[in-house]
Ligand binder design. Structure first.
Ligand code: T6T
Length: 323
């Protein structure tokens, strides 16, 4: 493996923070910070919640979290409407759609709540006091470089994505395409396929893609759920290890698939840090301090060679805040 594929962004030491459990009852004068996730059971958002909750605890704020089980505009709008009614001091939200959430978030702001936009973005960049996310375009480029190293830089590849409306996955695909066109034109993208945000959708897409492109050399999965399904699809088809897989994110199942050999590399984010920084920026806004309008958090390229390194530990996602 080329050393570039193993490169990890500058790794800061995680502050050991207490208070990842329930925030308990509000004390007089305590501010409430609320997290609205993109999808509540997704380890990426669970880890972001853990970071936000720990930071709110450190600052003495009350913390609550909500969201829906599915990636769904109506369900997120409904969660947000309920949150707006509680008039929290600050909200961090990962909008599931760049346009449909703008109205409800403007309403929330007009009611006096400070808003941090995390992970996904909105079409109107003036909404929110800050935007905090990975550099997803760069992550897509990193995925392309890794794919080129794994495959030798020639052959057919496909991209699996949950949909074509989510800003983060779209940026990753754009970066992947741009980098291959600029540096590895021998790798040809046969298909960019929407499979829904489920592992089952990705697994059945893998079977279709293998039939349509028997010579397939690689698959880029643009997020956790698509990545989880690819491993299963390749195992079922007996093509594990033959077709190289680069997947975004590092949920526990993805890490297990990396270790077992059905996935070859993970481009992982720092959701814990995104949650921490969002709460810090909200606290700054609420106390009249300067706020960073745009923050980009680190990415890491994780392979079987470095998955056990302490330097990548903070890029591995959690399923609860006590682990
Ligand atoms: O990749 C993350 C997140 O960045 C993206 O916006 C949606 O999918 C994930 O939550 C992973 O499932």
């Amino acid at each position: 493996m080329h050393s570039k594929a193993l490169a990890v962004g500058a790794v800061a030491l995680l502050a050991l923070v207490a208070g990842c459990g329930s925030s308990g009852g509000a004390q007089a004068g305590q501010k409430t910070i609320t997290f609205v996730a993109g999808k509540t059971g997704d380890p990426f958002y669970i880890t972001m919640k853990c970071g936000a909750q720990a930071e709110a605890g450190k600052l003495g704020d009350k913390f609550t979290a909500t969201g829906s089980a599915d990636w769904s505009v109506p369900e997120q709008v409904s969660s947000l409407t309920s949150v707006t009614a509680t008039r929290p001091a600050g909200v961090l939200i990962a909008p599931v759609d760049p346009n449909s959430l703008q109205g409800p978030i403007r309403t929330l702001q007009s009611a006096g709540t400070k808003v941090a936009i995390v992970d996904t973005t909105l079409t109107d960049p003036s909404i929110g006091i800050t935007r905090i996310s990975s550099n997803n375009l760069q992550g897509g480029r990193q995925a392309a470089d890794t794919m080129a190293q794994l495959t030798g830089g020639s052959g057919e590849v496909v991209v699996l994505t949950p949909d074509l409306t989510t800003t983060t996955t779209n940026a990753r695909i754009q970066g992947f395409k741009q980098e291959l066109a600029a540096k590895d034109p021998g790798l040809k993208i046969d298909d960019v396929r929407q499979v829904g945000d489920t592992a089952q959708g990705a697994a059945s897409a893998v079977s279709d893609e293998l039939s349509a492109h028997p010579g397939l050399v690689g698959i880029f999965a643009a997020n956790s759920q698509t990545g989880e399904g690819v491993g299963t699809g390749l195992k079922d088809a007996g093509r594990q290890g033959v077709v190289k897989v680069v997947s975004f994110d590092a949920g526990p199942q993805q890490v297990a698939e990396l270790k077992s050999g059905s996935v070859d590399a993970l481009i992982s984010q720092d959701p814990y840090g995104i949650g921490q920084q969002a709460v810090d920026q909200l606290a700054n806004a609420l106390t009249g301090k300067a706020v960073d309008a745009d923050i980009q958090t680190d990415l890491a390229s994780i392979t079987r060679d470095n998955v056990g390194d302490p330097s990548v530990a903070r890029f591995l996602y959690r399923t609860d805040c006590d682990s």
